[in-house]
Design a protein around this ligand. Structure first.
Ligand code: KIV
Length: 271
């Protein structure tokens, strides 16, 4: 008799409970079915279909070019794989900044066409109307503050944000505002660890850090970075858990070598 072990889905309520009891939240990006299957099977709490797909999947220099249709394609592939994880999808640049009606339409398209469980949006009080309208439709929203890559041309660099008091103060206010609006969690990217600790302790909702130190309620990384698929990308905050670039490159070289030397396929590998 086969025992069908039921997998309990992580929800926005689950991650809130995790913060309440002091259990750290694990989040990682994925953009396709095969990777998302591995990530979900490993027991990830949240899978982020990040607009970093623009960089790591499509090879663009920034996250700006990726479209809503492309995000929906990635998200639906991930949703088909994720049996346990909460799947959150980035609203891409240009799909929500214009006006709140457009923002709502974009979020609805993601939810309807991909089957994801919520959206992530970059920005604070400037996007309050859009966040609020999406939340009113019953769609969970995760905020994103600090280094917000969709604004890279405003920042000019990918260095640590909110080191100056004025920017730190805005981040504190934005964190409170996003909580007040009803966001279920907030990503803080590349900010000083002590500021991240302060905002984590100042709100009830989970704060997920990337390059924001150990005091956040959870951590997120881009899967290509932590698996060492991106050759040469080693910022200080990144812990690399594998060196897949070299391993994959080596395996592929062996395959080429075996074809050239007529070793592959051998008699056992044919019909
Ligand atoms: O797009 C992304 O991968 C992200 C994470 C870096 C948080 O937003």
């Amino acid at each position: 008799m086969s025992v069908n072990k039921e997998v309990k889905r992580i929800t926005t309520h689950t991650v809130q409970e995790m913060k309440n009891r002091g259990e750290k939240i694990a989040m990682l990006t994925a953009y396709d079915y095969s990777m998302a299957t591995i990530v979900d099977d490993a027991g990830m709490d949240i899978i982020l279909v990040g607009d970093s797909a623009s960089n790591v999947m499509a090879g663009h220099e920034t996250t700006l070019p990726i479209t809503l249709d492309q995000m929906i394609y990635h998200a639906s592939s991930v949703v088909r794989a994720a049996k346990r994880a909460l799947v959150i999808v980035d609203l891409p640049f240009g799909s929500y900044q214009g006006n709140s009606k457009e923002a709502l339409n974009s979020a609805i398209r993601i939810m309807k066409e991909s089957g994801a469980h919520g959206v992530k949006m970059e920005g604070g009080v400037e996007i309050a109307e859009s966040v609020s309208r999406i939340l009113t439709a019953g769609i969970p929203v995760m905020g994103h503050l600090g280094l917000t890559p969709q604004s890279i041309y405003k920042f000019g660099t990918y260095t640590v944000r909110a080191k100056q008091e004025a920017e730190a103060q805005k981040l504190r206010e934005d964190t409170l505002a996003l909580q007040e609006l009803g966001c279920f969690a907030i990503v803080v990217e590349k900010i000083p660890a002590m500021l991240a600790k302060e905002v984590t302790e100042s709100v009830q909702i989970p704060i997920i850090g990337i390059g924001a130190g150990r005091h956040c309620d959870g951590q997120v990384l881009v899967i290509h970075d932590m698996l060492g698929i991106n050759k040469g990308f080693k910022p200080r905050f990144l812990r690399q858990y594998a060196n897949l670039y070299d391993q994959m490159n080596g395996a592929i070289k062996n395959y080429i070598g075996d074809i050239k030397s007529k070793d592959f396929p051998n008699e056992q590998e044919q019909y």
